[in-house]
Design a protein around this ligand. Structure first.
Ligand code: SAM
Length: 198
C-alpha cells in the first residue's frame, strides 16, 4: 500500500506557519459559530487538531476524525496533555461504519481539497449530521495556477453551494475570509468559508 503523506508529516505538522494560519482561520470562523455550549462538533480531517483543540473550550463535545491515524495519535496526545474531558478521536473507518454518531456541527478546514470525490463525501457528511445541523468548510478558492494529481486546485464557491443545495441543505452561504501569500502549493491564495445548514 502507498504510504500516506499525512502519516509521514503528522509529527512535524505543527510548524509556526501552520499554527499561525490555523489561528487566523479560527479568528475568522468564531463569529459564525453558534449554540456551541450545547453542541457536538466533528472536526473532520482534523490533522493535529489546530482548530478543534482550541474549540474544545467552547463546545460541549468535540470529536476528531482523520484518515491518518498518526494525526489522530498527535491529537490524542494533546487531549491527554490538556486533560480534556469533552474530546475524543475516532478513525475514519470507525466513523464511516457508525451511522448513529451524529454531530450538531461539522468543520472541515483545508480538507475537502484532499478528497477526490466531493459529491460522495458531502453526502456522507450530511448523513452524519443532525437535522438543522451545520457544516463549516474552509478551503481555497479555485486557482488555475495550481496543478497537482492528488489535490483539487481549490473550489468555485457557487459550484460547491449548488452541490449542498442539491443534496437538500436549506441554506448555504459563503464568503472569502482570508488572502494569504504562498500558502497553496507555494501560490498566493484566497480562502473561503462556506456554511451549509441542513
Ligand atoms: C491540510 S490538513 C488540515 C488539517 C486541519 N484540518 C487544519 O486545518 O489544520 C488535511 C487533513 O485531512 C486529512 N484527510 C485527507 N483525506 C481525508 C479523508 N478522505 N477523510 C478524512 N480526513 C482526510 C489528512 O489526513 C490531513 O490530516
Amino acid at each position: 500500500m502507498e504510504p500516506k503523506i499525512f502519516d509521514q508529516i503528522a509529527k512535524q505538522y505543527d510548524t509556526e506557519d501552520r499554527v499561525q494560519l490555523a489561528h487566523r482561520i479560527l479568528e475568522k470562523l468564531k463569529p459564525f459559530l453558534n449554540d456551541t455550549e450545547t453542541s457536538c462538533l466533528l472536526d473532520f480531517g482534523c490533522g493535529t487538531g489546530l482548530l478543534g483543540i482550541p474549540l474544545t473550550s467552547q463546545y460541549k463535545e468535540v470529536l476528531f476524525c482523520d484518515d491518518s491515524n498518526v494525526m489522530l495519535d498527535v491529537v490524542l496526545s494533546k487531549i491527554k496533555a490538556e486533560n480534556l474531558s469533552n474530546a475524543k478521536t475516532i478513525s475514519l473507518a470507525d466513523w464511516i461504519e457508525s451511522p448513529t454518531i451524529l454531530a450538531d456541527q461539522i468543520l472541515l478546514s483545508l480538507v475537502l481539497l484532499h478528497i477526490p470525490d466531493t459529491d460522495s463525501i458531502l453526502k456522507t457528511l450530511s448523513n452524519h449530521l443532525k437535522p438543522n445541523g451545520k457544516i463549516f468548510i474552509v478551503d481555497f478558492v479555485k486557482n488555475e495556477k495550481v496543478s497537482h494529481p492528488k489535490v483539487h486546485n481549490g473550489f468555485l464557491t457557487e459550484e460547491l453551494e449548488q452541490k449542498f443545495k442539491s443534496i437538500g441543505f436549506r441554506t448555504v452561504t459563503s464568503l472569502v475570509i482570508l488572502e494569504e501569500k504562498k500558502v497553496f502549493m507555494n501560490e498566493d491564495a484566497s480562502l473561503f468559508l462556506l456554511i451549509a445548514e441542513k
